[in-house]
Ligand binder design. Structure first.
Ligand code: GLY
Length: 379
């Protein structure tokens, strides 16, 4: 898992790579406002890293900025972000930790909190999370608990973080019992997504993010679904901004994940079980794709989904280089799901599929999940 890092390979999108660092053409920028507590803007455009300081000086006023990143992303993008913030008049300090999910734990969190205290970071200062989901989750959680909460800004550099992890205010770290077992809801003060940073993603990380894009298509955007995978290359800014708007649709009415936000778990109940069975050797996006395909087959075989829906989802997954078949059987996945933190007592809520663009929530006895899985995994 650790070897699959941002910056290890480069895409063939020479045009996008060449554009990095150029001035932002305002007509290319999309801004999506979240009406949450607090509210914030998500900025999406190519070349935005060099405008971070200007964007944030409007939003945050004068303060110290602590840029938190991992060693992979820092090597690629920290100098540009640091310089942009300094140029805008902020005092800037950096905190870099080793990349990888294994470092999203309490030890790294403690190190960051001690660093903030040592540098006398105050309640009016701000953390900037520069990186993928690991950086955003960890830095966001540090911001949630340091001095009982300071502001933070998300600067996602992966597709997955841009369309999902960096928006909506979920922060946290992993415990030995499981991923994201300690966390807090803490909304960012701004999200700045420079789509040029995707140029340095290895193809596996592009596919991983594409699984979440596909999820929004299945949930509520048949037009986006129909234009996959081509649209991923043709118009990144539009794809990201659309996905951010879809996430906003579920997050604004349900910041704390008790109602509509649970639709965002499409494919994730089964996906988390697959990840757990694999010892986290599979990508989250790969597991979510297998989970969505399993849900679609199960719903179709139960007569709840329009015939052909599962085939459409599987075909699109394959076009996005995503797998559709779980290597684990129903009994293995059922046992793993039993330890899923989203289980509520003796019941579980799954997101079912009726058609592309039409999904439903179903709460059922936990024991019923095994039959659901058997239907979804059978040939
Ligand atoms: N990633 C799902 C959520 O933010 O609720």
């Amino acid at each position: 898992m650790d070897e699959r890092r941002q910056g290890t390979r480069f895409s063939s999108d020479a045009e996008g790579a060449g554009a990095r660092g150029t001035a932002v053409n305002p007509t290319d920028e999309r801004i999506v406002h979240f009406d949450t507590s607090p509210g914030y803007d998500v900025h999406v455009a190519p070349g935005l890293l060099s405008s971070c300081g200007a964007i944030l000086s409007d939003t945050l006023g004068r303060c110290m900025m602590v840029v938190v990143s991992d060693d992979t992303v820092a090597g690629l993008y920290l100098p540009a972000v640091h310089a942009s913030l300094e140029d805008a008049g902020f005092d800037v300090i950096d905190y870099v930790f080793p990349h990888g999910e294994r470092n999203k734990g309490l030890d790294t969190l403690a190190g960051l909190l001690e660093f903030l205290a040592t540098h006398r970071v105050s309640r009016s200062d701000c953390i900037v999370a520069l990186g993928g989901g690991v950086v955003g989750d960890l830095a966001g959680f540090a911001a949630a608990v340091y001095l009982r909460g300071i502001r933070f800004v998300q600067v996602p550099t992966t597709l997955l973080a841009a369309v999902d992890a960096s928006i909506g205010g979920k922060t946290g770290v992993d415990l030995s019992a499981g991923k994201n077992m300690a966390g807090a809801f803490h909304q960012p003060s701004a999200v700045i997504c420079d789509t040029d940073t995707f140029d340095t993603l290895p193809p596996e990380l592009v596919s991983e993010g594409a699984a979440e894009v596909l999820k929004y298509g299945v949930l509520r955007d048949p037009d986006l679904f129909d234009r996959l995978p081509h649209v991923m290359h043709a118009d990144r800014v539009d794809v990201v901004a659309r996905c951010v708007e879809h996430k906003r649709h579920y997050v604004e009415p349900d910041e704390q994940d008790h109602g509509a936000r649970r639709f965002l778990n499409l494919g994730h109940t089964v996906g988390h079980a697959i990840e757990l069975c694999s010892g986290y050797s599979l990508y989250h996006g790969e597991a979510v794709a297998m989970g969505m395909a399993c849900v679609a087959r199960s719903c179709e075989r139960a007569g709840e989904a329009r015939p052909g829906t599962s085939e459409r989802i599987e075909t699109t997954c394959m076009a996005l280089s995503l797998p559709t078949r779980s290597p684990y059987d129903a009994a293995e996945l059922f046992a793993a799901a039993a330890s899923d933190k989203k289980r509520e007592g003796d019941e579980i809520t799954i997101v079912g599929i009726r058609d592309i663009g039409q999904c439903f929530l179903r709460t059922m006895p936990f024991a019923g999940l095994e039959d659901f899985l058997v239907r979804g995994l059978g040939e």
